[in-house]
Each structure stands twice: as C-alpha cells, then as structure tokens.
Design a protein around this ligand. Structure first.
Ligand code: KIV
Ligand code: NA
Length: 272
C-alpha cells in the first residue's frame, strides 16, 4: 500500500461535503509498535504533544521540547507506511515569528520524515501558516480548546459558550484555512461551532470533543484504549488496556514468586 498524501486528504473535503466521502480517521501515536498497529486503519497518525502527559507524566504540554517530538516522530514514521504522519509543533517552537516556526518545522520534518506539522492558534498564527504552507510545509491548524494555552485559558473546559467566544473560534478557523492550512483540528467546543466551521471552510475539519458532523475525528489512542488514567468526557473508551495489563502482570508476578515461571519450555537445555 502506498502512503496517502496531503493533497489526497485535503481533496476528500469536497466528497465529504457532498455526503459521498468517508470521514477521515486520525489517532495519536508516539511509539513504533503502536504506529504499526494503528497505521492500517488510519488516514492520519498524529504525533501529539499530548505525549508530554501520556508518555512523560508532565502536568501539561507546555514543557514538551522539539527534541522529544523529533524522537517520537521518527519512531512513528518508522512504524507506518500508509497514513500521513502529522507532528505537533511544541509550545515555544513557533509562536515568536514565521521564521522561528519554519526552522522548527524543518527540523522536525528532517529528523522524522513526517509529512506535515500541526500548530495551535487562530488569526494570530495565520501569517505563520501561510509562511510555512508557501514553503513546502503542509500545516494542520488547531482551534477551540488549545492545550498549550492552558495557563491563559485557566483549564481544559469546553470553549465557545459565549457568543463572542464562539464567533472568535469560527473566525480563527477561517483565518488559518484561508492562510493555507490543509486541515483544521477543532477541540473541545460546543457542537454548533464545529458544525459552523465545517460548513465554512474548504478543508477538512477533524473533531475531538467537537461534533460527529466534522469531516474526521481524532482521539488520543491511549485514551480510547483505556490505558491512560484520566480521560475527558469526549473520549469513548473502546477497551480497558489498563485492566488487561494489570491482570497479566499480577499473574506473572505470582508465577515468579511461586517458581512456576519459567518452565522447561522457556529454558535452554545444553546440547547432546
Ligand atoms: O496532542 C494531541 O494529542 C492533540 C490531539 C488531541 C488533537 O493535539
Ligand atoms: Na497537541
């Protein structure tokens, strides 16, 4: 199977808008084995800066570095052959100027082989999105609840409950789509905002805590698999990996303590 391309994903918007195309499927991946398992089923794999909390136990995505993103991005590209790999630009690596964003994005693409970057923000980031897009770097936008701004927002609650805030989120999405983003993630907003953006912009919207009417959906894989300990309201838990792991490790520990593992089957006998 040949790897999907950014233009192919962008072009799906028209078909989806006419009710003819299937919604885009996206999940996060941070490691090679998880990438291998998710890749055949996904249109896009996101190397999310959520790895700060999920992999490193950090309190937010704010401390995540370019080097952390590069290491995990390279692993995910090595573990995938079908999906478009999108890598998050971490906080502090792109906001200062379009030039800073270009250097950071080019570093991530060279180090990882990812096909696209994602960055958070609306109108304030439009110039940067245009600067990257015009220079060969496909960009996914991210509006609504933008976790890198947690210190300014005061928490992770849904956005757009007031008319003014709702209007701002819609115009933010329009700004970055007009600037050349090839897709826009909409996170944690009241549903009519996600529906309005999906109608308004010419590129696919990818929802997370947004709406079933978005052109695609994304979740953190560890959340939907029931592996991470805290999950927000918008996560559907498709499994209980935490419970699965705990039970098997309990059995292993008991067998080691009882000397029932290893047995002859897992032991090398001398020759002859
Ligand atoms: O970092 C991440 O996992 C994300 C998705 C939740 C959209 O940005
Ligand atoms: Na992110």
């Amino acid at each position: 199977m040949k790897r999907l391309t950014v233009p192919a994903l962008r072009a799906r918007k028209a078909a989806i808008a006419q009710g003819q195309g299937e919604p885009l499927v996206m999940l996060t991946a941070y490691t090679v084995r998880m990438a291998q398992l998710l890749d055949p089923h996904c249109d896009m794999l996101l190397v999310g800066d959520s790895l700060g909390q999920v992999i490193y136990g950090l309190p937010s995505t704010v401390p995540v570095t370019l080097q952390m993103m590069a290491a995990h991005g390279a692993a995910v590209v090595r573990g995938s052959y079908h999906a478009v790999v999108v890598i998050d630009m971490p906080f502090g690596s792109y906001e200062a100027s379009p030039q800073q964003a270009f250097e950071s994005a080019a570093y991530l693409m060279k180090e990882t082989g990812a096909a696209a970057v994602k960055l958070e923000g609306g109108a304030a980031m439009a110039l940067t999105v245009a600067f990257l897009s015009e220079r060969g770097i496909p960009v996914v936008g991210h509006v609504g609840l933008t976790p890198q701004a947690v210190n300014a927002l005061g928490g992770y609650g849904a956005r757009g409950r007031s008319d003014a805030e709702a209007q701002k989120i819609v115009s933010d999405a329009e700004s970055i789509a007009a600037a050349g983003a090839f897709a826009v993630v909409i996170e944690g907003v009241v549903e009519p905002i996600a529906q309005a953006i999906t109608r308004a912009i010419a590129v696919p919207t990818i929802g997370i805590g947004a709406s079933a009417d978005c052109d695609g959906q994304v979740l953190v894989a560890e959340d939907m698999l029931g592996l991470f300990e805290r999950t927000p309201r918008f996560v559907k838990r498709y499994g209980d990996m935490a419970g699965y792991v705990s039970e098997r490790v309990e059995t292993y520990a008991a067998e080691v303590r009882a000397r029932t593992f290893p047995t002859a089957e897992q032991t090398y006998a001398p020759k002859g």
